[in-house]
Design a protein around this ligand. Structure first.
Ligand code: SAM
Length: 198
């Protein structure tokens, strides 16, 4: 699916940039933080994350698609970022190197609906670590024009619409204080919270 999307992906999703900015802001990143960008795609979130964590921070991107990862690699090399590690793997099997301070799931519905992926990720998140997720979801039933638009987009980018009413629901097991804000007239969301300390 993403082999087909990779060449024009950045241009096609430019409209989601304000949501990306808000989702990254919700992570409350500090200089020196270690951050996981799960399903990082072509690395569009990297500049926003790196601007906050600085050169002393570390960014780890995990991506399944070789074509999307090739674009992410190009971005890292052309910017000469020395503190970005790219892992080309399904999240479910990724060898995540560190305990991280923050995790971003940006437009990664398939991953949010994979309990194995979430289990692997959360084994590597520090207590008190911050989590943000954003993506599309079903709007209320009466907003059917929004839902038609959401469906026409989603069918091209996700392999399942399971859980599409509340894509964040599995996150609640590890992030019980998760807050959810609807965006895109209810056809999208930003969710954020913290892994409990105790
Ligand atoms: C819609 S794109 C979002 C990419 C990026 N997060 C962004 O905001 O631009 C979803 C990405 O998740 C990746 N993906 C889907 N399932 C995955 C999995 N199980 N493991 C790793 N990556 C996965 C896809 O290959 C794709 O690049």
């Amino acid at each position: 699916m993403y082999r087909r999307h990779a060449p024009a992906y950045d241009r096609r999703v430019a409209v989601t940039q304000p949501i990306r900015r808000q989702a990254v802001a919700r992570l409350r990143l500090e200089p020196g933080d270690v951050v996981l960008d799960v399903g990082c795609g072509t690395g569009l979130s990297f500049p926003l994350i790196l601007a906050r964590i600085g050169s002393e921070g570390q960014l780890v991107g995990i991506e399944l698609s070789p074509d999307m990862m090739a674009k992410a690699r190009e971005r890292v090399e052309s910017s000469d970022w020395q503190n970005v590690t790219l892992i080309e793997s399904p999240v479910e099997e990724a060898q995540i190197p560190d305990q991280v301070d923050a995790v971003l799931f940006h437009f990664t519905h398939d991953i949010l609906r994979s309990p194995q992926a979430l289990e692997n990720v959360f084994q590597h998140v520090k207590r008190g670590g911050r989590v943000a997720a954003a993506g599309t979801k079903w709007a209320p039933w009466w907003a059917f024009p929004v839902n038609f638009y959401v469906w026409s987009l989603a069918r091209r980018y996700v392999t399942t619409l399971e859980g599409f009413a509340r894509p964040w629901s599995h996150l609640l097991r590890t992030v019980p204080d998760l807050r959810v804000e609807p965006v895109l007239f209810g056809g999208g969301y930003i969710a954020w919270g913290t892994v409990p300390k105790g």
